[in-house]
Design a protein around this ligand. Sequence first.
Ligand code: DAK
Length: 256
Amino acid sequence: MPNTLVVQAHQATRLITLHRPHALNALTTELLGELADELQRCADDPDVRAVVITGSRKAFAAGADLNEMAERDLVGMLDDPRQGYWQRITQFPKPLIAAVNGYALGGGCELAMHADILIAGEDAQFGQPEINLGIMPGAGGTQRLLRAVGKSLAMQMVLAGESISARRALDAGLVSEITQPELTVERALQIAQRIAAKAPLAVRLAKEALLKAQDLDLASGLRFERHAFTLLAGTADRDEGIRAFQEKRQADFKGC
Ligand code: DAK
């Protein structure tokens, strides 16, 4: 049983809630390890089709745990197990939706940005305040933030340590929707369940192809897309999807 997470099943989706309320869900090594393990379980379980990750109303996560960080020097950082945990979290192959209320700062903002879809409560605040601590983002904050919000705003957030509101995050493209805070998780679960009803192989390959758009040049990305599209042409779910359309019924996808 994890110590720092609460995991709930909602049909073919899982809701993972970060649970260190006394420290605004600050990310300890233990929490990151438990999250990496839980996501691994979700990845291995064919009945889990999508995952929602959330925190509390006050904080999604206020960053890396600074008390733990205070104990790490350069040597400690070099073989920091968190690096491996982040790696595993970022490689989660199924759709991951972040439902963000309150503070998403530092590693908390980086964790939210690992999600494929971000839904934010009106009171959410996104920021990379590491510069105030004499450091800089170390878990993707410079790279993913710039890709998400563009150069000028990313520079302002990282160099001046300024946070942005949910509204600004929506305008900048960091999140796709904002909701009333009490509805954020419900909305994220609704999207997860909608995804969970689609053909799993198509969802997986579509996610992979979309992520390639950030890493590859256009020609390579298009090559990957064509290859993935062709692979799906050989699946039973593709036949089922088209047959269901013709027979005017709901498709029943099996994941093969
Ligand atoms: N770590 C530990 N405890 C924290 C915390 C944190 N990041 N943030 C908040 N807390 C604790 C507070 O100490 C306080 O505990 P008590 O004093 O009650 O025991 C409790 O949570 C409530 O916080 P506040 O009293 O401060 O609440 P306020 O509403 O007044 O302020 C705040 C909320 C979020 C504005 C403030 O707590 C704050 O500024 N927190 C620190 C935010 C921050 O600087 N975050 C960035 C941390 S650096 C890497 C991976 C990740 C990272 C780096 C490398 N690798 C894999 C290489 C990430 C780095 C970071 O995130």
